[in-house]
Design a protein around this ligand. Sequence first.
Ligand SMILES: NC(=O)c1ccc[n+]([C@@H]2O[C@H](COP(=O)([O-])OP(=O)(O)OC[C@H]3O[C@@H](n4cnc5c(N)ncnc54)[C@H](O)[C@@H]3O)[C@@H](O)[C@H]2O)c1
Length: 440
Amino acid sequence: MTRPTLRPSLTMNSLSRRRFLRQTTLGSATALSLPTLLPASVFGANAPSQRVAVGHIGVGGQGRGLMDGFLGLPQNQSVAVCDPIQERREAAAQRVEQHYAAAKGQDVYRGCRAYADFRELLARDDLDAVVIASPDHWHVPLALAAVRAGKDVYVEKPLGLSIEQGLALRAAVHLHGAVFQYGTQQRSFNSHCGFACELVRNGYLGELKAVHVVAPNGSTGGRAVPQPVPAGLDYDLWLGPAPVTPYTEDRVFGTGRWFIYDYAIGFIAGWGAHPLDVAHWGYPHIPVEYRGTGRIPTEGLFDTVVDWDVQGRYASGVEFTLKTGTDKTTFVGTDGWVAASRGGISAAPESLLERKLKPDDVRLLRDNHHYRDFLNGVRTRQTPVSDIDSAAQSDFMSHLGDIAVRTGRTIRWDPATETILGDTAAARMTRRAGRAPWAA
Ligand SMILES: NC(=O)c1ccc[n+]([C@@H]2O[C@H](COP(=O)([O-])OP(=O)(O)OC[C@H]3O[C@@H](n4cnc5c(N)ncnc54)[C@H](O)[C@@H]3O)[C@@H](O)[C@H]2O)c1
């Protein structure tokens, strides 16, 4: 259903500001390295014309949660939603309109349009940013299209279906001067994760010896018996770059979207993204060697890795492990260890947890609200806390671990050229062909 947008469209001021900033960024290599081009204060209060006009692409479980979070922020104005599932997009648009009606004390508010096809949403001139919470196989194609259309992007984790996709998105974000925030919300909502990383970065563990990353196991199963495509689902659009396969409920509405290799590489990345993100935040390097074991299910629909047990090392000699279990990142140094997850923090000696940082210590924490940090980035052009460079590195760790398990060989990664060394077959696994015209 087409609804007119009643939100005052983004003012010329705001639009020209965005275009000016983008052109400045594109035109000047040095501008890319400036952390802040304009202070937030120049925008005054959260006047409607100064709110960030946001479109929500993918409004399933996580997308709806994100939408609710964005709706709660005065800097945000949600103006569009998009999903190939009709019921979901219509319910999401209704939710947005009910929210603004209640906020304005009105019976009715019209101003959020629902789209099946993201290309129509991205064609809107009055849209500043998009929040992408599609299944993983769509993350990079959608984010690339958005960035090329001049939008800023909040992208759910994991980043890409392949290392090549992550490289392509990183290049596009920099080329277009887009503001990017990765959906690794522990960088904002869980300040103890940042504190753990600050302990590491400032040397309070002594010399770092090991980084241990644990993420919950994947899943097996899934029913492969073809079923009729339900009314209201544009299955071809849902599949997008993925191969065409007969519809089954488990692909789209079950957990197949997380555990089928056509759409994801499994929880080694899907959940691993969170503890790997903490690992990279605390120790901003990528391991150069990966070897390990794991199981690729051969029965049922799900065919992403389970029971992975990957060992590796960084160029510095620091040990790296990536295993299944309870979500956690542990940094071990000569003077103690600290372990953090979204669930909490622990350390030995415990006195580490009482450590007060010195004025000149490295500080990592920014805003304690991940979505607000993104919206402020859109307005100020300041890089949000979960930037594309770090997102790509932590995502590559899960891909390299997965490739080590799938090949059964030791994988050597060259961080300078961002290639796998000495293994042509493994190097091919850093790329994935996508179905035209969606391939990234
Ligand atoms: N950060 C976190 O803590 C967290 C938690 C859960 C999920 N996630 C991530 O969020 C993403 C979505 O997961 P989910 O569990 O909500 O899945 P979901 O299947 O419930 O939702 C995804 C939605 O995207 C829609 N979609 C598919 N193709 C699309 C397209 N071309 N354009 C627009 N929409 C499209 C689907 O129809 C679906 O409604 C995943 O990448 C997942 O890893 C992150």
